[in-house]
Design a binder for this molecule. Structure first.
Ligand code: ZN
Length: 488
């Protein structure tokens, strides 16, 4: 790789040259959503940030194994060790199986990610599918002496750990201050120190999601899932771990402690964190009651929204800020993004129609280099976008006959736009997106008419097979008196 990529490592708090441990292979783990509600801008941000990272690493020629998990157990209300499971609570309130809640919101999350052209991860492991691995890792931590069992629950022993290792290397928190802060929380008296966190919790009688373990019928703590799944799929040490800044402490700090306690090694070489989305300067979150779901943005149906915003507008809006800066949501900012995106995509279209001249009156030689420079500087998408707009200016000037461009320069400009606008920023024109929709519509019409024909011929084996196969793709057919309708 001739490109020198620098990434900001939260562990060293500075930019470092990116050197994977086993090139060209790169292992990347990103904390995915807890699936108990619709995703909002705060969920879109890590997905789009690490999509940018993933796309750029692939562009540079790396073979990336990208793991993005689904949290479907163990994430309790208030992000602490006590309280009800977020998914269990939703299931109880809506009289559903917890896995029904998980499936429903996972499907909606996937649809939102596809709408925003977010590439699928290589593996998307569910925490509930890796309880055995979490139990095994908890056993190892117990064996190493950095955890203790009490009343069927297992807790990580921060005090013991910090005698041999440094707890707080990622967040910079002082362990003595943490230990001195002996807040008494209801139901937590069994912990030696309130800062200790659960690796395994004994389930109370009303707790729905539970598994057998050597200690009790219970469920894993929230932090252990990512350590267990990261180790399983990427090894005891891997290159990149990403997630939102809100996960840095205690979630990621605890992941480091768990892995060091179980495997005796620092698990991750580069920790990357995206900053938060704010709304009028306040953190956006479901619990704060100011979260606008992605589906609300796409439909415009929310009291905070003046209009609907396309999935590509949301993607572009987030990419217009560097991932380590906060993004403040406002209708004005989104409308500006909508306009900017339109201008960029229109120029990309115009570029295809431009006729070359004998010589160039424009300079594009530095443009490509500058685009790479921006991406190599810790994935600086706003600077990249500013350079692409220099390209937009050139395209429009040539199109208006004010400047001219040679064939070589024109080809170069086309490569720049194809590479950076579409491959790396992952932008799509509304047409490209709706072309796909239209194609799906016409394919479905074809399939349904074949099925209708089969029914008229009383060939029910074929018509049932079509219905069943579509069912596997989550497509439901409803027979009506005029034929059939479908929904995904
Ligand atoms: Zn995680």
């Amino acid at each position: 790789m001739e490109n020198k990529l620098f990434v900001h490592n939260s562990l060293s708090r500075k930019k470092e040259l990116f050197e994977p441990m086993d090139p060209p292979h790169v292992g990347m783990y990103v904390c995915g959503p807890t699936v108990y509600g619709d995703g909002h801008l705060g969920h879109a941000r890590p997905a789009i940030t690490f999509d940018l990272v993933y796309r750029y690493l692939i562009h540079l020629g790396y073979k990336v194994r990208y793991i993005r998990n689904i949290t479907d157990v163990g994430h309790l209300e208030g992000d602490a060790d006590a309280g009800e499971d977020k998914i269990g609570k939703k299931a109880r309130l809506e009289h559903l199986e917890p896995m029904e809640v998980v499936q429903y919101y996972t499907n909606r999350y996937h649809r939102n990610m596809d709408q925003m052209n977010v590439l699928h991860p290589s593996i998307e492991p569910h925490a509930s599918g890796h309880v055995i691995e979490q139990i095994e890792m908890t056993k190892k931590i117990l064996e190493s002496g950095y955890a203790y069992e009490v009343n069927g629950s297992v807790y990580f022993d921060i005090k013991k750990y910090s005698q041999d290792h440094k707890y707080g290397i990622l967040s910079g928190r002082n362990v003595d201050e943490l230990l001195a802060y002996t807040r008494e929380l209801e139901g937590q008296e069994e912990k030696k120190n309130s800062v200790d966190f659960a690796l395994w919790k004994k389930a109370t009688p009303g707790h729905i999601m539970r598994w057998p373990s050597p200690w009790s019928d219970g469920y894993p703590g929230w932090h252990i899932e990512c350590s267990a799944m990261g180790t399983k799929y990427l090894g005891e040490q891997f290159d990149i771990h990403g997630g939102g800044l809100d996960l840095l402490f205690p979630h990621h700090e605890s992941e480091i402690a768990q892995s060091v306690a179980a495997n005796g090694k620092q698990p991750v070489k580069y920790w990357l964190h995206n900053n938060m989305v704010t709304i009028n300067g306040q953190k956006m979150g479901k619990s704060l009651g100011n979260a606008v779901s992605l589906n609300d943005f796409f439909s415009g149906d929310h009291k905070l929204l003046d209009q609907a915003y396309s999935p590509m507008t949301i993607r572009f809006f987030l990419l217009q800020a560097h991932y380590r800066s906060t993004v403040d949501f406002s209708n004005e900012a989104l409308k500006a993004s909508e306009k900017g995106l339109k201008k960029l995509l229109q120029a990309a279209e115009t570029l295809q129609k431009i006729k070359p001249a004998e010589t160039s009156t424009v300079k594009i030689s530095a443009l490509k280099e500058n685009c790479y420079k921006a991406m190599n500087d810790d994935f600086n998408s706003p600077v990249l976008i500013a350079h692409l707009f220099e390209g937009v200016k050139i395209i429009n000037a040539v199109n208006d006959g004010k400047e001219q461009i040679s064939e070589t320069d024109l080809e170069q400009l086309k490569v720049i736009f194809k590479t950076f606008v579409f491959e790396i920023l992952g932008l799509q024109s509304e047409e490209q997106a709706s072309d796909t929709d239209e194609m799906v519509d016409s394919l479905m019409n074809t399939i349904l008419s074949i099925r209708q024909q089969a029914r008229e011929n009383k060939d029910y084996a074929t018509s049932d097979k079509i219905r069943d196969e579509l069912g596997k793709l989550n497509i439901r057919i409803m027979d009506t008196k005029d034929g059939a309708e479908w929904e995904h």
